[in-house]
Ligand binder design. Structure first.
Ligand code: HEC
Length: 140
């Protein structure tokens, strides 16, 4: 009886610490993702600054910075900011990430070809992806 109780207690402690570890891991993944979000914002600011000061180098550097963050949206880790049991939410994020790739690739081409109006269109589309996810997430 005593043995069983001890085993039970040990089990409870174990489960408790496993839960704590899982919670900590989730928190880490979330703060990592938020760090990437701030890098995304810096990247968008850099692109905008490049556009306003007519510096294609700065614009390109911003696009490269943005592209460096996309793997965080594409990874499974993104699920920590999504509602549970909603497969469509994960699909939506994957679609958004691929749009960000598409328009940022296109932006590099547009800048390279000196088509600043197209580059501006790409910028608008990129910003739309950010906003559309932010609005949606708040409704989830
Ligand atoms: C797939 C969804 C998604 C996309 C796409 C997305 N975000 Fe976010 N972002 C979030 C979520 C979720 C939060 C947390 C919001 C909250 O808690 O209200 C967030 C928060 C942020 C924050 C605040 C971070 C902090 O320190 O708390 C910034 C800045 C940000 N995003 C910038 C961007 C920019 C710029 C883009 C586009 C390049 C972008 N995000 C695209 C989901 C997304």
């Amino acid at each position: 009886m005593k043995k069983a109780l001890r085993a039970l207690a040990a089990g409870a402690v174990l489960v408790g610490s496993l839960n704590a570890a899982a919670v900590a891991e989730k928190k880490d993944a979330r703060s990592e993702l938020m760090k990437e979000m701030r890098v995304m914002m810096e990247a968008m600011e850099q692109i905008q600054r490049g556009g306003l000061t007519n510096s294609s180098e700065e614009m390109k550097a911003g696009v490269t910075k943005l592209q460096g963050t996309l793997s965080s949206l594409e990874s499974e880790d993104v699920k920590v900011i999504l509602p549970k049991d909603q497969a469509y939410a994960y699909k939506f994020v994957q679609k958004t990430a691929s749009m960000l790739r598409l328009y940022s690739d296109d932006m590099i081409l547009s800048i390279g070809a000196g088509r600043m109006d197209d580059a501006l269109d790409d910028y608008t589309q990129l910003l739309k992806q950010c906003t559309s996810c932010h609005i949606r997430i708040r409704n989830w």
